[in-house]
Ligand binder design. Structure first.
Ligand SMILES: [Zn+2]
Length: 171
């Protein structure tokens, strides 16, 4: 090995008092400051990339980016929907949380049934009576389904099926 008689660091070019103060590494002969810097860099690499410990400033930066993305998305939705943002209802898994909306026979459904029944030859009073009966039967179906199903989707589907059965039975 060629003897070192440098008096300057190969990296930062700092002058050292004796060649013995320089340490041989891959990059050449480095002063103690550069050796320390390399060691710190390597330690940081181990912490961040190998151990997954991230620098606080990186995390803060990521937070800021996420916030920006969220704001952008909200702005996008505002442009589409105006200030009335769509509410996304969450459905709890396990315990069925069934909203009471959309489960009763709607006015429109009642009207359609009424027209159908009158068309089929029932009097107005008879038609109303049949619809009342159907409504109370659907209320029982609702109570039963509430104990059986886990999600709103399943509930809606089953309720519609039962409704179709009962409404079909009116013919
Ligand atoms: Zn140096």
């Amino acid at each position: 090995m060629k003897k070192n008689n440098r008096s300057n660091c190969d990296k930062c070019r700092a002058k050292v008092s004796s060649p013995k103060k320089l340490k041989k590494v891959n990059e050449g002969y480095l002063c103690s400051k550069c050796i320390k810097k390399n060691r710190d860099k390597h330690r940081e690499f181990l912490r961040r990339d190998i151990l997954g410990i991230r620098k606080r400033e990186d995390i803060v930066k990521e937070w800021a980016e996420k916030r920006k993305e969220r704001e952008k998305e909200q702005e996008r939705l505002r442009k589409i929907y105006g200030d009335a943002k769509p509410q996304i209802k969450s459905i709890k898994k396990g315990g069925a949380k069934i909203s009471s909306l959309s489960i009763y026979i709607t006015k429109n459904e009642k009207l359609v049934l009424y027209k159908k029944l009158v068309h089929d030859g029932l009097s107005s009073d008879e038609a109303n009576e049949r619809i009342k009966l159907l409504s109370s039967e659907m209320e029982n179906v609702r109570k039963e389904l509430k104990n059986e199903v886990k999600t709103q989707e399943e509930f809606n589907r089953r309720f519609k099926e039962e409704f179709a059965k009962l409404a079909g039975g009116l013919e």
